[in-house]
Design a protein around this ligand. Structure first.
Ligand SMILES: C[C@](O)(CO)[C@H](O)COP(=O)(O)OP(=O)(O)OC[C@H]1O[C@@H](n2ccc(N)nc2=O)[C@H](O)[C@@H]1O
Ligand SMILES: Nc1ncnc2c1ncn2[C@@H]1O[C@H](COP(=O)(O)OP(=O)(O)OP(=O)(O)O)[C@@H](O)[C@H]1O
Length: 299
């Protein structure tokens, strides 16, 4: 009998994304407060004659199925380290918006890594898994651990953040994606000639998370990439305004966008904001999700 392993993995929203000046290696130092949210991809790995990737879900057509897929890269990275062949069929059941600033590709990379480790019995330590994640991308370590964390460096060095309650969100999915490097490039263009301060986590935001206080969190949310995302996609301003008018406590661009995130007082209010966003015609779909959510987990 052929054994399969399935891993469920969450999307993320950045409740604070403080961005420093560009580094010599092209990356930016960050104070990146990640929160995992309850929208999930499921990645299933099954032994096969050769590595191949398939994908299902409404956005499946936008997902690369070649060796550039982060799930395939994760399988190859683990196999290479352990001297085995990455002969596995990876199936991604995708529910996280693609190129939406919610770390969907990163989630699949972390999930495939955990799934292959379980399938092959490689027994990689959490430290080794996190090291491979960091090689795959800045957001990938957080997708593995989930919950809430502060990411420093380029976002890959994680410190756990305490969260004292459930926060309710609405995510407005835009038509088409935004390229993460293009948004960082626009940030550089917009801040050229200015003194960009070293990024630091907001103590008030960390307190709001610890106390589970949505009103306080709403006042302290911040995304330094928001102006760049709005500059590249001006129509997002209309989406942000529609969610705020519908009663969201706060609205912001999720990571590099173009998904926009709305913090609400409770689940009922989240449903109302989602309905109003859809009716406004300013987004393709509106998804309700609680946070924090657990990281990559074998199901
Ligand atoms: C916008 C965020 O999603 C917020 O969590 C992340 O910072 C992006 O993380 P990611 O998609 O995993 O990004 P990576 O795959 O590591 O890098 C893609 C590109 O984004 C830019 N990048 C990314 C992270 C970072 N700290 N500084 C950057 O300038 C670089 O141009 C890099 O070449
Ligand atoms: N498994 C994957 N799922 C989706 N996209 C992938 C995957 N692997 C590689 N990609 C590529 O990565 C690009 C960005 O997709 P992704 O959904 O990860 O964006 P994102 O959510 O904006 O990322 P982040 O928030 O980490 O910056 C896609 O356009 C696609 O070409």
């Amino acid at each position: 009998m052929t054994r399969s392993v399935t891993v469920r993995v969450p999307a993320k929203v950045n409740v604070q994304l403080a961005v420093g000046a560009p580094r010599p290696d092209g990356f930016h130092d960050l104070a990146n407060v990640f929160l995992a949210v309850g929208l999930y991809d499921e990645v299933t790995v099954t032994p096969a004659e050769a590595l191949r990737v398939t994908c299902s879900g409404p956005d499946a057509g936008q997902v690369p199925l070649d060796a550039t897929n982060l799930a395939a890269r994760a399988a190859i990275a683990l196999a290479t380290r352990h001297g085995i062949a990455p002969d596995v069929h990876i199936h991604i059941d995708k529910d996280i918006p693609v190129a939406g600033g919610m770390a969907g590709g990163s989630a699949d990379g972390a999930a495939a890594l955990l799934a292959c480790d379980a399938l092959w019995g490689t027994g990689a330590s959490q430290g080794e898994l996190l090291e491979i994640c960091a090689e795959l991308g800045s957001d990938v370590p957080f997708s593995l651990v989930g919950g809430a964390a502060l990411g420093t460096g380029r976002g890959e060095q994680l410190t756990t953040v305490d969260v004292g309650g459930t926060f309710h969100w609405v995510f407005a999915v835009a038509d088409g994606g935004l390229s993460t490097p293009a948004v960082y490039g626009e940030f550089d263009r917009l801040t050229a000639g200015t003194d960009v301060p070293a990024p630091a986590a907001s103590p008030a935001l960390l307190t709001a998370l610890r106390e589970g206080d949505a009103t306080e969190l709403a006042e302290t949310l911040g995304n330094d990439l928001q102006a760049a995302a709005l500059s590249l996609r001006p129509s997002l301003a209309g989406t942000l305004a529609a969610g705020t008018a519908a009663g969201a406590l706060a609205a912001l661009v999720s990571g590099s966008g173009p998904t926009t995130a709305f913090l609400t007082a409770d689940e009922e209010s989240a449903r109302k904001v989602a309905d109003a966003l859809l009716a406004s015609g300013t987004c393709r779909s509106a998804r309700v999700a609680p946070s924090p959510a657990p990281g990559a987990t074998v199901v």
